[in-house]
Design a binder for this molecule. Structure first.
Ligand SMILES: [Fe+2]
Length: 191
């Protein structure tokens, strides 16, 4: 089931004209035949099924596959010891591929799922890794540097290494996949 989700996400990524999207298409291709290890943990995000009504035609298959695979995944909250305070209790994430992920090993990449509920503010922060978010359902405002854009299903945002960025939601949650590339340690994660 997780492999079906990754297959559908690959289809979405392949439509994005962006070097990091192409990098993660390659990563998903390399991971395609690997069976994820690890024990599933229940998703702490309330009413995950909300996502089904918030996708676009292009992202609906990936959301359907996400909902089907969710019970197999090792969900967690973002680590409150690492991230800015005040929002992690209303977010959920799975590192699917990466050093802490269900599918090891990655070389210099992390890839996973990131969900942020309504009316949340993931405040300004930065890290060494380059970052790519692709919205599969819902919407949110991404600020990178001085520019803020509202992302909806199928939209993406790329953050260069060490660029300040933040995410804010309002009346819709946002359901995303993310990629980190480069120095994927949390040694240089600051807020
Ligand atoms: Fe980030």
């Amino acid at each position: 089931m997780i492999s079906c989700f990754l297959h559908e996400v690959r289809t979405v990524l392949a439509t994005i004209d962006e070097p990091m999207a192409r990098e993660f298409v390659g990563l998903l291709d390399r991971a395609a035949d690997i069976t994820p290890a690890g024990d599933p943990t229940p998703c702490p995000f309330p009413d995950l099924e909300r996502a089904a009504g918030m996708a676009s035609a292009a992202t609906q298959p990936s959301i359907d596959a996400l909902l089907a695979a969710a019970p197999e995944m090792p969900w967690r909250r973002p680590d409150p010891a690492v991230v800015p305070p005040g929002w992690a209790h209303r977010a959920a994430t799975v590192e699917v591929i990466g050093p802490d992920g269900a599918i090891p090993p990655a070389t210099n990449e992390r890839f996973g799922i990131f969900l942020l509920d309504t009316e949340c503010n993931y405040p300004d922060h930065w890290h060494d890794a380059e970052e790519l978010y692709v919205v599969l359902a819902g919407s949110g405002d991404w600020t990178v540097g001085e520019a803020t854009r509202t992302l909806r299903s199928g939209d993406h945002s790329r953050t260069p290494s060490q660029a300040h960025h933040a995410i804010r939601t309002s009346d819709q949650p946002v359901f995303t996949v993310y990629g980190w590339s480069g120095d994927t340690s949390y040694d240089n994660y600051r807020f």
